[in-house]
Design a protein around this ligand. Structure first.
Ligand SMILES: [Zn+2]
Length: 248
């Protein structure tokens, strides 16, 4: 009798093991695209929610070996309609991005999970380099004097490590976000003036997801449904990049 129970338990364990392996092979996410269940399994993705509660105007080198300096962390913008500061909106969007990436199997590390930190742009880049991120997404919202300006753009380094790869990642993410949000696609801007990009040693994009200085866009950027469209677009672009570039 005892042996019978042991055989039964072994049989049940074998069945559950089959169940687990089958679940790993299930495909299909998103509309019109088919991926395996965990398309980002094994990919290390860094998320840097821009800014923090208090800016830090102490200076740091804008690039390795450069004598030019910039403030460690600027204050960021705030919503012209909602009044919400950028550092709050970008952290909320970053949490949504993290959760979706984790659901798809990615390993995610964030530079900050609260507003009360003091981490410079250089330190954020080095944190991700040392962690060994495959890609880094810096999440920001834009502001401009002309309130009519709206749309989303990607900022990447012009020269140096992974400049081309970063531009390609930015382009894919923008294209996918545009499909879901119909927001204006401003394109990819190549700049060597961003401390956080210059210190990065991995493919890295600074995503400006919209203008908080535009009344209509500010409202959208603080709407959970619109945010989810942005996040899904970003994730679709990341998945395309990972498979195109053979990151896995
Ligand atoms: Zn910003």
């Amino acid at each position: 009798m005892k042996r019978f129970f042991i055989i039964c338990i072994a049989f049940l364990l074998a069945l559950s093991a089959v169940g687990i392996s089958e679940r790993n092979e299930v495909s299909m996410i998103g509309e019109g695209e088919s991926y395996q269940a965990f398309p980002l399994k094994g990919v290390k993705i860094g998320i840097d929610p821009g800014h923090q509660r208090k800016s830090n105007n102490q200076q740091e080198a804008v690039a390795p070996g450069s004598s030019e300096t910039k403030a460690k962390v600027s204050s960021g913008t705030s919503g012209v309609s909602t009044g919400i500061p950028e550092y709050i909106s970008v952290l909320e969007i970053s949490f949504m991005l993290r959760d979706l990436l984790c659901d798809l199997g990615a390993e995610v590390k964030m530079t900050r999970e609260t507003h009360d930190v003091d981490i410079s742009n250089q330190e954020r880049a080095i944190m991700m380099n040392e962690w060994g991120a495959d890609i880094v997404i810096r999440v920001h919202l834009n502001g401009y004097n002309d309130h009519s300006v709206h749309g989303m753009g990607m900022y990447v380094r012009k020269t140096g490590a992974y400049a081309e790869e970063s531009a390609y990642l930015g382009k894919l993410m923008l294209t996918e976000m545009e499909k879901l949000t119909q927001a204006k696609n401003q394109g990819v801007f190549k700049r060597d003036t961003y401390t956080g990009l210059n210190w990065s040693e991995v493919p890295c994009v600074l995503a400006e997801l919209g203008y908080m200085s535009n009344y209509e866009e500010d409202e959208k950027l603080n709407d959970p449904e619109y945010r989810m469209l942005l996040v899904k677009g970003m994730v679709n672009g990341i998945i395309e990049y990972v498979y195109d570039m053979g990151v896995l």
